[in-house]
Design a protein around this ligand. Structure first.
Ligand code: C5P
Length: 220
């Protein structure tokens, strides 16, 4: 039998990470934050002095293929260096969005993402978990929330970390990232044909987790 996978895809700041990691915890499954891999790739490329453009697509892809990355106790290590905070800035997200639009980079990260599918099961979040990486997943959820709500949540998050761009700046920023992610030629952000849609604009995290668990139960 296939190792179970729950995919949670959706736009920037929709709450995918929180929903996916809590669902994984409740099910006792592994958790894959695929966006972190693009963030780490972008950071590794910048540290190697590469511009994040098409001219460097193949050099960046070959770095991505042998990314010395480790996830340990909630920390993200790149070649032994703790990059947990460095990959969480808005700039790191924008850079991730740039490298993720390069087809060779996406291909280079496929095997690494699929290697997280191990027993007892996996919950994976990203943009193309259900469409490209785990097309045979047993449950696919497409999570959305209004741009206003997402900007508000991101604002709260950033304030708690000590930076505070305005809500309007954040909203413009995430709409730009949505546009880039939805319009790219390869693996654009869109719901899988068999995904269930969940809009959490007016929903608590607990209620979203309960919904996903109920869908999961219904499929057993
Ligand atoms: O989810 P997160 O905001 O960390 O992702 C950062 C960027 O990485 C996204 O804006 C998107 O461009 C890219 N990404 C992707 N495919 C994924 C996950 C993230 O293209 N599966």
């Amino acid at each position: 039998p296939r190792v179970p996978v729950v995919c949670i895809d959706g736009p920037t700041a929709s709450g995918k990470g929180t929903l996916a990691s809590q669902t994984a915890q409740r099910l006792g499954y592994l958790y894959l934050d695929s966006g972190a891999l693009y963030r780490i790739t972008a950071l590794a490329a910048i540290r190697a002095g590469l511009a994040l453009d098409q001219a460097h697509e193949h050099s960046i892809a070959s770095m991505a293929e042998r990314l010395p990355v480790a996830f340990e106790q909630g920390r993200v290590l790149l070649g032994g260096d703790d990059v947990t905070d460095a990959i969480r800035t808005e700039e790191a997200g924008m850079n991730a969005s740039r490298v993720s639009a390069l087809p060779a980079v996406r291909t280079a990260l496929v095997a690494l993402q699929q290697s997280f599918r191990r027993l007892p099961g996996l919950v994976a979040d990203g943009r193309d978990m259900g469409t490209v990486i785990f097309p045979d997943a047993q449950l696919k959820v497409f999570l959305t929330a209004s741009a206003a709500r997402r900007a508000e949540r991101r604002h709260k998050q950033l304030i708690s970390k000590g930076f505070a761009p305005t809500i309007d700046t954040l909203r413009a920023d995430l709409e730009a990232r949505d546009a880039r992610d939805s319009q790219r030629a390869v693996a654009p952000l869109k719901p899988a044909q068999d995904a269930l849609l969940l809009d959490n604009s007016e929903q608590s995290v607990e209620d979203s987790v309960a919904q996903v668990l109920a869908w999961w139960e219904a499929r057993q």
